[in-house]
Design a protein around this ligand. Sequence first.
Ligand code: SAH
Length: 245
Amino acid sequence: MTFRAVVLTLYPEMFPGPLGISLAGRARDEGKWTLDAIQIRDFAADKHRTVDDTPAGGGAGMVLRADVLASAIDHARSLNPDAPVIAMTPRGKPLTQTRVRELADGPGVIVLCGRFEGFDERIFAGRQVEEVSVGDIVLSGGEPAALMLLDACIRLLPGVMGAASSGTEESFENGLLEYPHYTRPAEWEGRTIPEVLRSGDHAKIAAWRKSQSEIDTRLRRPDLWERHDDARVQSASGARREKKD
Ligand code: SAH
């Protein structure tokens, strides 16, 4: 099955951009995914091709019109009827590797890129649009966020990544950050590689990596660690309950 990405944007020339080279570009050449970057302005109803208007209630900036967005979304859905429609917005649910994996397992995605102050709020309920954020930052437009979302999905498509295991061992895949990596030279500017990694003892190396991954997550991302710990406690108590019945 080919993963079909449909992007709705005021700047279709930004696509495929970085997704046209390296891993994603090669995968596209091989037909593992396709991309349609569609100009939202083509769905404006007036002769000036207006897509935005001033905010109701006043204030700075312009807001993307719900009626124009709806026509663009309806067109995109005709191209990929089963794909979820995702709007990139800082007000959305933070993107996670779990959601990326679900999307990569599906028929593709329709991505809506905002500009200016963003979208008329009514579009989300009116067209069943999922709101997704790529972090607690504000971009000037949804395009870089869309590229990020698509990049994360594409690398997970079957046959895209070289080593099959490198997809599952990575940061976030088990709720933790990945362990740190090293390579030659063994000594660089007086800094050495942890001795255990040069021991050749695979069990010891695996244990070291697991503990580094836990330590780093606890120190760098207490939020992830807490969730991971809660899940562990819950599954342990679930297992105990199962044994009792
Ligand atoms: N006024 C909005 C920001 C608009 S930024 C607010 O304060 O919430 C313009 C566009 O950039 C948005 O419509 C959205 O498509 C995109 N964008 C900005 N930051 C983003 C983020 N963190 N995640 C996803 N999209 C973002």
